[in-house]
Ligand binder design. Structure first.
Ligand SMILES: Nc1ncnc2c1ncn2[C@@H]1O[C@H](COP(=O)(O)OP(=O)(O)OP(=O)(O)O)[C@@H](O)[C@H]1O
Ligand SMILES: [Mg+2]
Length: 307
């Protein structure tokens, strides 16, 4: 294995009875990278994350996490990985500092007081150290949760939908923090449903029904989808959308503000489908497919395959 990779695993598989929740997933993330982990509800993100940090036993798979064998060295991996669960919780009637002190005890952190102080400073929580966790706004709660999973100085952070339900400003600040930490050499795998967050990642992995469908930079993933998208302006776009959707070449016709985005995987067939509407008052323009178009494309392709 190369030292450059914080995560380098192949064929990771987890079954629950007859359900294959994670199906032979390969993932490689370099140290210092932020990898976004995308996929609809129930696609296997949490299960994969829990296998990586040794909380769930993989049925199949091999490779390394921080250089340790992902199957055999799971106890060691646990000590070097920070895991922010999808539904984290605190002691609401303890302060920020007391919560961190509690977590530090659980991890048997050496020089606990110093670790708490440094973590408070590192995450900009020092001034609020005495505030009760239960009284924090959503954004500060996320920050406390991040601090709690960093108290033992992990090199790899696995964050499971860390900003669900947080307002856009707080999400932006949270992501600035993540980028600062990545620049210091920390590696992140972050499950998210937000496309704006996905676009802030160095690389993406897209999983659906347990299978990895695409992996790479945002541009790579968009390119792999081979989707053609047109935007159209004009009157009564909802009626137009309904008419266009009857054509099998049109995979999606979705409103984006005052425009309609029309996409399909077959560029020529799509153009034929749109040709009858290339008349005034409609104004058409071919645009780059966005991550959201691509996300919906992957999902509808999978639905087509299973029906
Ligand atoms: N302990 C379990 N026992 C049985 N089935 C499970 C268990 N944990 C997860 N599953 C199933 O495995 C599949 C993947 O679930 P998982 O929680 O990993 O998805 P997810 O991508 O994290 O979804 P979400 O976006 O909703 O958090 C789902 O069908 C889920 O019902
Ligand atoms: Mg989940």
């Amino acid at each position: 294995m190369s030292d450059d990779f914080a995560i380098d695993v192949q064929g990771m598989t987890k079954r629950f009875g007859s359900l294959t929740a994670v199906d032979h997933v390969d993932l490689a993330v370099r140290a210092g990278e932020i990898c976004g982990f995308l996929g609809p509800n129930g696609s296997g993100k949490t299960t994969f994350i829990r296998m990586l940090c040794g909380l769930l036993r993989a049925e199949e798979g091999r490779g390394t996490c921080l250089g340790y064998d992902v199957i055999r060295a799971s106890e060691t991996i646990k000590q070097h990985v920070g895991y922010m669960t999808q539904r984290f919780s605190f002691w609401e009637d303890l302060s920020i500092a007391e919560n961190l002190d509690f977590v530090a005890r659980m991890y048997f952190v050496k020089e606990r007081r110093r670790a708490v102080r440094e973590t408070l400073e590192r995450l900009g929580l020092a001034e609020r150290r005495n505030q009760l966790a239960g009284q924090l706004s959503g954004g500060w709660k996320q920050r406390l949760a991040l601090a709690a999973c960093m108290i033992h100085q992990p090199k790899l952070l696995l964050l499971d939908e860390p900003t669900a339900g947080v307002d856009p400003k707080a999400r932006r600040e949270f992501w600035e923090e993540i980028h600062r930490l990545a620049a210091q050499g920390l590696t992140f795998l972050i499950a998210t449903h937000y496309m704006d967050e996905a676009e802030r990642c160095h690389r993406l992995a897209f999983i659906l029904r347990g299978r990895l469908l695409a992996q790479g930079s945002v541009a790579d993933v968009v390119g792999q989808a081979r989707l053609t998208t047109w935007s159209v302006a004009g009157p009564d776009l909802l009626t137009l959308a309904a008419r266009l959707q009857r054509d099998p070449a049109v995979e999606q016709a979705v409103a984006f503000g005052n425009l309609l985005h029309v996409s399909g995987p077959d560029a020529a067939a799509l153009e034929r489908a749109l040709a009858p509407f290339h008349t005034p008052p409609y104004k058409w323009r071919q645009v780059e497919s966005g991550l959201e178009d691509v996300f919906i494309h992957f999902m509808s392709r999978a639905e087509g395959e299973s029906s």
